[in-house]
Design a protein around this ligand. Structure first.
Ligand SMILES: [Zn+2]
Length: 120
């Protein structure tokens, strides 16, 4: 179940059926699954939880990459800080869709919905 939900999230597909697309554009989500009619936003503010995935992964990557690069003196401190700053701005925008999809998958794992629950 865990890996199936991760796979569906990484493919940006509905966590319930695995077929419907979550996004209509880069930042615009479909309200419901086109295949099984699952409503993606279960309640107002539901997707605030996806920030944990986005922030957590961004902070982890910068922290894990910055320290060794600084110690190996790959570039000057200023260059590394500018690169880290650019990464912390650009990466979360790219990862936005995946963070929401992973949040949906996490929610599906913790509080499963199936096709009988729909519409909700
Ligand atoms: Zn679906």
């Amino acid at each position: 179940m865990f890996w199936k939900l991760v796979w569906r999230s990484l493919r940006l597909r509905c966590p319930v059926c695995g077929s419907g697309k979550l996004f209509a554009g880069w930042f615009r989500m479909h309200a419901r699954c086109s295949e099984c009619d699952t409503r993606f936003e279960r309640e107002a503010g539901f997707f605030l939880g996806s920030i944990y995935f986005n922030y957590g992964l961004t902070a982890a990557i910068v922290t894990i990459a910055y320290v060794p690069l600084m110690l190996m003196r790959v570039a000057s401190n200023t260059t590394l800080l500018l690169a880290a700053f650019a990464f912390t701005v650009l990466f979360p925008m790219w990862f936005f869709r995946y963070a929401r999809a992973l949040w949906l998958g996490f929610d599906q794992m913790m509080d499963p919905r199936d096709r009988r629950d729909i519409p909700n």
